[in-house]
Design a protein around this ligand. Structure first.
Ligand SMILES: [Zn+2]
Length: 63
């Protein structure tokens, strides 16, 4: 493994990182209000070890 991997090279580089599930969850609630009909849920990222929000079901970003 390359220990010097940069965040910009991660597959999730375009996603918002959160430090905790609580932070992501709060953002998910806000996003839920903004985009009615979607149900974003927080998940732990295996690439950057932080939390992101997912609004898709069939992507390789499930826990
Ligand atoms: Zn990530």
């Amino acid at each position: 493994m390359d220990a010097n991997i940069s965040l910009e090279s991660l597959p999730c580089a375009d996603k918002l990182p959160f430090d905790s599930r609580e932070s992501a969850g709060a953002a998910a609630v806000y996003a839920g209000f903004r985009y009615a009909g979607t149900k974003p849920h927080p998940y732990k990222c295996r690439y950057c070890d932080r939390w992101h929000l997912s609004t898709h079901v069939n992507q390789n970003e499930e826990p």
